[in-house]
Structures are given as structure tokens and as C-alpha cells.
Design a binder for this molecule. Structure first.
Ligand SMILES: [Zn+2]
Length: 421
């Protein structure tokens, strides 16, 4: 499908559901450019995610050497997500529009917007079964849009294969229990229903007067299909427990066969996604490279320089904790030995690294805790909103040392003019 057409649909749906969207390409920008963290934070704020919440929920992460960067790890696992706003604009964050997978995600997330607007499937509850219905509905809605939009019969067939392959491929990475989203039964019924109506008639039935698709009506229609054909709560719970449910066993086998047929198509698509992910990884790496020299110790010419080096070292460890292990602990608790918790799913190696980092930070603190300037800077580095001040101070000190070095050199030159010629 044409990427511009998908974007146009998304813009229309956003307007209809009082929502906004952004893609990683737009906020993560390009090689050599800075991230548009401010734009991202602004959009999050519109959705009711103030700075603190955005930080605590890892939408933005601390950058080595001060500043923040945008966490785009969901790009690889889910391709997108929707944030519901209480009083404001819902926000969809997406990978892009190019690949089949991207386009599937766009309409999937759009379905969540309609769920919110039409109050379908207890949209704000965290009940597992409701989540299942929401996700399955989002998949079915996305399938329907893409089936009706495919231009040729061949494309339609490909979509079918891809859809069905996706119906067992797609899983919620945060909660592995929702593996596959189990949308296959409904998707098969949808394909059947479209075939029965005839694709052209079906398209007409779900079009507005201006010829565009009537997405809201399609959201309602697919919601009815979900109500009719989704696994019932007791079946769903059995499947979660790994127990056998006849229809599910049957469909899982069937889906595997489809997946083999659709593999080639999906493989092509994966390449597109992989190349984009690769680009964004390089953007991250390149950014880190640029910040690397900031992390080096400044010459320890006096007590202040030593203090600055110590505090900045602590911040580097703090950043590693959050970036690599998703770990946030108040630095003060850490140095007091009042360890809050050790994450739930760390490997032994990770747990050891975390403990090592804690000990290193604690040692540094013990060494300097009687120095008032250290305590002041430690306080600043402990707060995400003031930590940049410490890194700025480091830069300033470095300049001072450099210019001091130069003026001493100048004095030296003046005193011994001949030696330097
Ligand atoms: Zn979803």
C-alpha cells in the first residue's frame, strides 16, 4: 500500500478521535542531528504525561554526559503504541509507514483510538481478558482496512496470507502471556464474511459518500465480530494456563501452515523493518560517540576538579543503571545501603553488575561525603532536572583549566622568549 495513503488515513482518524501521532523518524531525526526530545516531551505533555511521568515510565532516558534521549525500543518489538489522554490529545507513537508491518501497526493503533471514542471492550481496564479483546479487535480492524484497500486480487491474497501469519506472529512483548493475541478465529471469519459479500460490495457498504472508507463504522462492525467469535473468557483463561482448547489447537496448526506459505512475503518485509531499525541504532551509537569525550576526567588540578570528576562518575553509573537495566533507585538510598529492590527478571550476571555499580557508587560517596561542594553537586546529580547543571559545571571548569594552562604558558613564553622560537 502507498505510504502516503496510510498517512492520510491516519491524519483523518486522528482528527476524528482528537488524537495526535508522531513517528520515530520525526523525533529521532538523522545521523549527526540532535534528537527532538523537546518535541516528544511536548506531545507527551498534551497526552497528560508530564515530565516526571515520562521519565519514570522510560519514554525518555538519561543520556551519558547530561541530557535525555528518546527511548524507541518499542520500535523493534511492537512497532507502535497508543497513549490515552485523560484531558487532552491521545498520542500514537509509530515506527513509520513504509513496510507492511508498519502499515498493519498504523491501523492497529487507530483501532485503539476508536475503542476509546466508542467505549469498546472496557478500554481503560487492565483486565487480561479485556486487553485480549482490545488487541484482537485492533488486529481485526487493521486486517479489514487493509483487505478492503488492496488494489488487486493478488495483493488481497497476499494480505490474507500475511494477516494470518501475523495473527500467530504478533505478540505483546511486555506480557508474554498474551502471545499471538489469538486473533486468528476472528480474522478467518472476517475473510469469510468479506468473500461472501464480495470485496467490491463490501467496500461500497463501508464507504462514505465521498468514497473514503467509513472507519468508525468498520470499527463497530469488527467489534461485533470480536464479540461473536473471540474466545470466551473461560476458554481464554484455559489457553493462558497452557491447557488445551480444541478450536485453539486446531487453529494454531492451521496458522502454522499459512505462515509457511506467507514466509517469503514476510521475509521481504522484515528486511525493510530491519534496515530502519539499523539506521536508528546507528543514530544512537553515533550520538553516544559524540558524548564520549565529555565523560573523560578533567585534569585534577585542585579539589574542585576532583569533586566534579567524582560526581560525574556517579552520574555515569546512574545512567548505566537506568539505560541498561531499566533501574531507578534514589542515589541517596543507594549510598545509604538502603537498597530498594533488585529487578525481577535479571540474569545472575546482570544482578552482579547492578550490585557492583551500587558498591562503586557507595565507595565514591564514602570518600567524598565530608566535602560540602561534593554534597551540593551530589544533590543536583540525583535530580534529573538539575543534573545537567553538573555537566555544565564540568565543561566550565575544563575551560578554566585550559585557559589557565594557556595563560601560564603565555607567562612562560614572556619570561623565556628565546626558548620558544
Ligand atoms: Zn494494541
Amino acid at each position: 500500500m502507498d505510504a502516503n495513503e496510510v498517512r492520510k488515513d491516519l491524519e483523518y482518524i486522528c482528527e476524528e478521535t482528537y488524537s495526535q501521532y508522531v513517528t520515530y523518524d520525526e523525533i529521532h531525526t538523522a545521523l549527526g542531528a540532535e534528537h527532538d526530545v523537546q518535541k516528544f516531551l511536548g506531545l507527551l505533555k498534551d497526552a497528560g504525561y508530564g515530565f516526571r511521568r515520562a521519565y519514570e515510565e522510560n519514554f525518555v532516558l538519561p543520556q551519558y554526559g547530561g541530557g535525555l534521549f528518546i527511548n524507541h525500543s518499542s520500535e523493534e518489538t511492537e512497532g507502535g503504541y497508543t497513549l490515552y489522554a485523560k484531558n487532552g490529545k491521545n498520542l500514537i507513537v509509530l515506527s513509520g509507514f513504509d513496510s507492511d508491518y508498519d502499515q498493519f501497526t498504523v491501523y492497529h493503533e487507530c483501532a485503539h483510538l476508536y475503542q476509546r471514542r466508542l467505549n469498546l471492550f472496557g478500554v481503560l481496564s487492565n483486565d487480561d481478558y479485556n486487553t485480549y479483546l482490545q488487541e484482537v479487535h485492533a488486529n481485526t480492524f487493521s486486517s479489514m482496512v487493509r483487505l478492503l484497500k488492496s488494489k488487486t486480487v493478488l495483493e488481497y491474497k497476499k494480505q490474507q496470507l500475511c494477516r494470518i501469519a501475523n495473527a500467530i506472529n504478533f505478540y505483546n512483548s511486555q506480557d508474554k502471556r498474551h502471545q499471538y493475541y489469538l486473533s486468528l478465529p476472528i480474522e478467518l471469519e472476517l475473510i469469510k464474511a468479506i468473500r461472501k459479500k464480495g470485496r467490491k460490495n463490501c467496500k461500497k457498504e463501508f464507504s462514505l459518500k465521498n468514497g473514503e472508507l467509513d472507519f468508525e463504522n468498520m470499527a463497530l462492525y469488527t467489534a461485533d465480530m470480536v464479540k461473536k467469535f473471540a474466545f470466551k473468557r473461560f476458554e481464554f483463561l484455559r489457553i493462558l494456563e497452557g491447557k488445551s482448547v480444541d478450536q485453539h489447537d486446531f487453529l494454531t496448526r492451521k496458522a502454522k501452515a499459512y505462515r509457511i506459505l506467507g514466509r517469503k512475503y514476510i521475509q521481504m518485509d522484515k528486511k525493510k523493518v530491519a534496515s530502519r531499525i539499523y539506521l536508528h541504532r546507528r543514530i544512537d551509537e553515533e550520538r553516544e560517540e559524540r558524548f564520549k569525550n565529555k565523560l573523560q576526567n578533567i585534569p585534577q588540578v585542585d579539589e574542585e576538579a576532583k569533586v566534579i570528576n567524582a560526581v560525574c562518575a556517579i552520574d555515569v553509573w546512574q545512567t548505566t543503571m537506568k539505560q541498561s537495566y531499566g533501574y531507578q533507585e534514589d542515589l541517596k538510598d543507594m549510598v545509604r545501603g538502603k537498597y530498594v529492590y533488585l529487578g525481577f527478571d535479571h540474569t545472575d550476571d546482570e544482578a552482579n553488575s547492578i550490585l557492583n555499580i551500587r558498591d562503586t557508587v557507595k565507595d565514591l560517596y564514602e570518600k567524598w561525603k565530608d566535602n560540602p561542594q561534593f554534597l551540593k553537586l551530589f544533590e543536583k546529580i540525583n535530580n534529573i532536572q538539575t543534573r545537567d547543571e553538573v555537566w555544565a559545571l564540568k565543561e566550565q571548569k575544563e575551560r578554566e583549566i585550559q585557559s589557565l594552562g594557556q595563560s601560564q604558558l603565555l607567562k612562560h613564553i614572556l619570561r623565556h622568549p628565546s626558548k620558544n622560537r
